[in-house]
Design a protein around this ligand. Structure first.
Ligand SMILES: *Cc1c(COP(=O)(O)O)cnc(C)c1O
Length: 404
């Protein structure tokens, strides 16, 4: 058999061909009218994709760069911040807060779980300057309640800014950035927007801009105020990642094309797509007798599946790669060997999902030692989920129904 390489990893994710062509053709200088036209168009598309009236800035860095910027720009050494941590990316917020001298209160929950609003309320102090959280914790496959926490902050009269790492949340989760009052929402290029790593973007509220004026932490490349000024003139402060910007524009055109040219509706279709294929994947895993790592609050971005007792999840990763050239993610850090992760964010569809589940069935007897295994068990469960969701979408006439 020939083997076709496919990524099922939660970043980098599979590339959109139209974006690859746009990147290959992006032979333009960044201080020209041609680039300014492209940059302004992509920044406007970004605002629509994020769904906000706030400024959205693009930076040439990985997602962590924008996370760092939202600590260095908003805080001063000694400031009290609150970090919600239940996985590797939550721990990254803790490390960043410490690196910039913040006094970090941390609500820590076991990997795979999420926070209750009571826990967050109890940890919130009158002088908490900012709250840092993930929308979806990619290392565990759990979704956190951004809406609930945003509303809690606003209704409690807290002055704290809310900063959300939505790097795998964007394109897999519905957000009302302005309505809920999210001050900074962060995304990254190698996730739902189907292009390579190298760009981060973030929306910034007026409250956050005001807070930057009193922040005393050092910043230079990641000085958001400088980036905002340049963006107003249709440029970036330093040499932008020209090719990735062109690719991002093509990806937004594709996302819009999935809903008749309307990018906001295309974003909804992209989220519904992730919801459907993640539900198919969860049903398939459970039909195989496998446990989900975050069963109570599963993210649509990625599904983390627990390897059966006594087995190493690395075998699943290795067999899928070796036999089917399909790349899934192992557990991160302490979770390595204990779980495997399948991504749903971005350029994945029904066909990809069914194929992966079919391959999982092929390796189930060896890598997963699934008892009483029968071909078709996982596929049937996934097929039923898909059929049910299509029937629901038809009834509700959502954008999904366009293709049903
Ligand atoms: C991918 C990811 C990041 C960013 O990682 P980079 O390697 O810096 O791009 C941050 N948070 C979450 C939740 C992620 O999934």
């Amino acid at each position: 058999m020939i083997r076709k390489t496919r990524l099922f990893t939660p970043g980098p994710t599979p590339l959109l061909p139209a974006a690859q062509f746009a990147m290959a053709a992006a032979d333009i200088h960044h201080r020209t009218p041609e680039f300014r036209a492209l940059y302004q168009r992509v920044l406007a598309q970004l605002k629509e994709f994020v769904g906000t009236q706030n400024d959205v800035l693009l930076m040439a860095c990985s997602g962590t760069g924008a996370m760092e910027a939202s600590v260095s720009n908003l805080t001063s050494p000694g400031d009290r911040v609150l970090v919600l941590s239940a996985g590797k990316f939550g721990e990254r917020w803790v490390a960043l807060a410490k690196a910039f001298g913040c006094n970090a209160d941390v609500v820590t929950k076991p990997y795979g779980s999420t926070f209750t609003l009571d826990e967050v309320r109890a940890a919130l102090k009158p002088d908490t300057r900012a709250v840092y959280m993930q929308a979806t914790e990619t290392s565990t496959g759990a979704r956190h309640d951004v809406e609930g926490i945003a509303k809690l902050l606003r209704s409690s009269g807290s002055e704290a800014l809310l900063v959300v790492d939505a790097i795998t949340g964007l394109g897999t989760t519905h957000f009302d950035v302005d309505g809920w009052g999210v001050d900074i929402l962060i995304g990254g290029s190698q996730k739902a927007v189907m292009i390579p790593p190298g760009l981060a973007y973030l929306s910034v509220s007026e409250r956050a801009w005001a807070a930057m004026e009193t922040s005393r932490n050092p910043r230079y490349y990641f000085d958001l105020r400088r980036e905002r000024k340049s963006a107003k003139a249709g440029e970036s402060a330093y040499t932008p990642s020209v090719a990735l910007v062109a690719g991002l524009g093509a990806a937004f055109d594709f996302i819009a094309s999935q809903a008749g040219g309307d990018l906001a509706a295309g974003r909804v279709a992209l989220i519904n797509n992730a919801e459907t294929i993640s539900a198919m994947t969860r049903a398939a895993a459970q039909a195989l007798g496998l446990k989900l790592f975050a069963p109570d609050s599963p993210a649509a971005a990625v599904t983390a599946i627990v390897a059966p007792e006594g087995l190493d999840s690395s075998a699943v990763v290795k067999e899928l790669k070796g036999r089917f050239a399909s790349v899934i993610a192992n557990g991160q850090g302490d979770m390595k060997g204990k779980l495997f992760r399948v991504a749903h964010l971005g350029y994945f569809d029904f066909m990809d999902t069914i194929a992966l589940i079919g391959a999982l069935e092929q390796i189930a007897p060896t890598a997963l030692k699934t008892p009483n295994f029968q071909f078709g068990t996982a596929l049937a469960a996934a097929q039923q989920v898909y059929a049910d969701r299509v029937a629901e979408a038809r009834k509700a006439a959502t954008p999904e129904a366009v293709h049903a």
